[in-house]
Design a protein around this ligand. Structure first.
Ligand code: AKB
Length: 320
């Protein structure tokens, strides 16, 4: 039987690109995009779209009855900075949304579920460098607490109910096709836009704040690879550590300056600095590499070259 896929929270930074990739693999009509609001992005102009608030169980049930998806990608969540500003909504969307999807997966016998976790599951007492899969996890944000609790629920539903759930702890994701919203790592996307638009970036983190990051093509590859891996290779059913690169605002600035020498970053740290300071600087993803063959392709300079090449025309510039 052909695969039918439902993407919940499809209009965010990852969903927008994931829907495009999934439609390339499975065919436009077999990938149903859904979100609380439809975005204007080209990718949503063709193919099925359903308006869905994942907290609305009845509508979720109707959509599952209508399409009978064999896979669900459940991406709807409030990210770190937004969840700090709206903690009650952050908790309820991130937790109740996951429960609704997991319970619906049991009821509707959905084959596979994808749910993203984050480096936000780690906290101030976690080893900050080369953070291992298993270590102290004491998240200090609502987002991180919800992701850690979600990971425990995912493993519980796998063990107790046999739900085939797969998950990755994403670092900051950087891409040129869609914009992030409400995260602490978002500066690493807007810095490229500012480099081309105004030549100056006002950074909300301090210059030496190192965080783990991943370029979107690598994030898409990891997501599809773990979903396509044979079930017995997916040995961790909470969530896998995943690494690409680590850098500070100063280092990404220097990488951009190799193409745009006059580019400048100014530093005005805000409340997101405390969030960043509680997260790891680099991640050890040995388990993902060993279990299902994960390997990243992009480092900082390769990503910078690709970001600037693709964004330059958007700002009326010759490809750099
Ligand atoms: C955020 O900054 O909140 C996210 C994340 C690291 O999960 N990008």
């Amino acid at each position: 039987m052909a695969e039918k896929i439902l993407v919940i929270g499809s209009c965010g930074q990852l969903g927008t690109e994931l829907v495009e990739s999934l439609r390339g693999i499975y065919g436009t009509d077999n990938v149903v995009a859904s979100d609380i609001r439809k975005s204007d992005d080209e990718v949503f102009k063709n193919g099925p779209f359903e308006t869905l608030d994942v907290l609305d169980k009845a509508t979720l049930g109707d959509i599952l009855n209508k399409y009978k998806p064999s896979q669900i990608y459940h991406l709807a969540a409030l990210l770190s900075a937004t969840a700090e500003a709206k903690p009650k909504l952050g908790w309820s969307l991130n937790m109740d949304g996951l429960f609704n999807v997991l319970d619906a997966a049991i009821e509707h016998k959905t084959g596979k579920i994808y749910w993203p976790s984050s480096i936000a599951v780690f906290g101030p007492n976690t080893p900050r460098v080369n953070t291992p899969q298993n270590c102290v996890m004491d998240p200090s944000t609502i987002y991180g607490i919800s992701k850690l609790a979600g990971e425990r629920y995912c493993e519980y539903y796998f063990k107790k109910h046999g739900v085939d759930i797969r998950s990755l702890r994403y670092p900051g994701l950087i891409g040129y096709k869609s914009e992030p919203g409400g995260g602490t790592t978002d500066y690493a996307v807007s810095i490229y836009h500012d480099a081309l638009k105004t030549g100056v970036h006002n950074c909300f983190l301090s210059e030496n704040t190192v965080l783990p990051m991943l370029y979107m093509p690598d994030a898409l590859k990891a997501t599809l690879d773990i979903m396509h891996a044979p079930a017995e290779k997916v040995k961790i059913r909470s969530s896998y550590n995943l690494a690409g690169m680590s850098f500070s605002p100063k280092e990404i600035t220097a990488s951009i300056q190799k193409h745009i020498p006059e580019f400048k970053t100014e530093y005005n740290p805000d409340s997101r600095q405390a969030i960043a300071d509680s997260w790891p600087q680099s991640i050890n993803d040995a388990e993902a590499r060993a279990d299902w063959g994960w390997k990243n392709d992009f480092n900082l300079d390769a990503m910078t070259a690709d970001m600037l090449k693709n964004l330059a025309p958007v700002y009326g510039k010759q490809p750099l």
